[in-house]
Ligand binder design. Structure first.
Ligand SMILES: *[C@@H]1O[C@H](CO)[C@@H](O)[C@H](O)[C@H]1NC(C)=O
Ligand SMILES: *[C@@H]1O[C@H](CO)[C@@H](O)[C@H](O)[C@H]1NC(C)=O
Ligand SMILES: *[C@@H]1O[C@H](CO)[C@@H](O)[C@H](O)[C@H]1NC(C)=O
Ligand SMILES: *[C@@H]1O[C@H](CO)[C@@H](O)[C@H](O)[C@H]1NC(C)=O
Ligand SMILES: *[C@@H]1O[C@H](CO)[C@@H](O)[C@H](O)[C@H]1NC(C)=O
Length: 327
């Protein structure tokens, strides 16, 4: 194309580039948020391996590991115990006040298992800094229909599941036990969610806008993403049903799957998924293996495809500070 420009324009362009070498846009990748799953903690080695891989794929990526407590043990405890309304609000607060994240024009986000629907909750409720690309792995976007099965001698797990099962819809359980807040019960005959769920679910029924009164901010925020990519593990036996990772509904009696696009949440666009889909922003992906069986090559491919600085970038925190000083 350049040879079609008049010589004077080319000279002007050259002069501009030479005179302002610093003003050429630096393409630092957007910061990356990672929200871990149940029983994990933000300082875990495995999680940091993933962050390092993101930085190795797109050098210069600032990675923030979402936490509910600076103590890794307490952060892990918060994956089991807590009120998700308060947990998401705390994360909203932390991110909005973070010295680097709050200056970025946008961030990318990676959610593992329950961390995926919690990040979606962050996008719907707060979305500052705004998320550009949200990737979830093995998440429970349409909730769980059954609690996880414990090992034969895992008494702690059994006690915990016992508590969950005893009174899932009670106020104490809904405000203290995390998985109960994304448990979803349906009537197999009608396929409709139960009254108890609609009335008492402290998290999922709200962020999925399943109640009569819809929050339009949720839909607006989710539709503002560039991409929302949902990965399903093809041999996932931990998440019941695994198709929840794609927002699908599964008939508990027949096992029949109703895809997102055949459900009211999409057709009536309760949370902006249809709008996002219509602009090409919604992707359904499968990866091999059981729950959270990630391999480096697949992850690098994901990071290259969705988080590369060619898609969206910023000048980085230091330049931002410099800019402010110059002003
Ligand atoms: C990320 O990558 C950059 C450049 O490759 C490197 O200098 C930096 O130390 C890495 N950051 C982390 C947290 O690993
Ligand atoms: C909808 O959600 C936004 C963001 O969380 C909140 O500020 C607003 O109060 C909610 N609106 C209603 C009607 O609940
Ligand atoms: C969870 O916390 C919010 C905010 O503090 C509160 O309004 C709500 O009642 C709590 N949920 C339950 C089920 O107690
Ligand atoms: C499911 O819905 C059908 C039809 O409305 C109703 O007759 C039945 O009692 C419901 N089952 C339960 C367990 O609520
Ligand atoms: C779910 O499966 C059962 C058993 O096959 C069937 O009777 C019922 O009609 C199905 N529910 C829906 C909503 O299709």
């Amino acid at each position: 194309m350049l040879h079609l420009l008049p010589l004077s324009t080319i000279l002007l362009l050259l002069r501009t580039i030479v005179a302002n070498p610093i003003s050429t846009p630096q393409s630092q990748p957007l910061p990356l948020l990672i929200w871990h799953g149940l029983g994990d903690n933000y300082a875990a080695e495995g999680l940091h391996t993933v962050g390092d891989l993101a930085n190795a794929t797109n050098p210069g990526t600032f990675v923030y590991y979402i936490r509910l407590d600076e103590s890794p043990d307490s952060d892990k405890t918060a994956t089991f115990f807590g009120n998700l309304t308060e947990q998401v609000a705390q994360v909203c607060d932390d991110l909005a006040n973070h010295p680097i994240l709050s200056t970025a024009p946008g961030v990318n986000a990676l959610g593992f298992s329950q961390g995926g629907q919690f990040l979606r909750g962050f996008v719907e409720r707060c979305n500052f800094p705004p998320v550009k690309n949200l990737i979830t792995f093995g998440s429970q976007h349409n909730g769980i229909a059954r609690y996880q099965i414990c090992g034969a001698t895992d008494w702690l797990c059994k006690a915990y599941i016992g508590l969950l099962k005893a009174n899932t819809w009670g106020a104490w359980v809904q405000s203290h036990l995390v998985p109960a807040q994304y448990f979803r019960s349906t009537n197999d005959t009608t396929g409709e969610p139960t009254e108890e769920y609609l009335e008492s679910s402290n998290f999922l029924a709200d962020i999925n806008n399943e109640r009569k009164l819809k929050n339009t901010t949720y839909a607006k925020n989710l539709a503002s993403l560039d991409k929302f990519v949902m990965y399903l593990f093809d041999e996932d036996t931990t998440v019941i049903p695994k198709e929840s990772g794609w927002f699908a509904h599964v008939n508990g009696s027949s096992g029949e799957v109703t895809d997102l696009k055949d459900r009211d949440i999409y057709k009536e666009d309760w949370i902006g998924l249809k709008k996002l889909d219509e602009k090409g922003g919604l992707e359904f992906k499968t990866t091999e293996g059981g729950h959270m069986q990630l391999d480096d090559e697949m992850l690098m491919d994901v990071f290259k495809t969705y988080f590369s600085p060619e898609k969206a970038s910023w000048a980085g925190p230091t330049d931002k500070v410099q800019e402010q000083v110059e002003l």
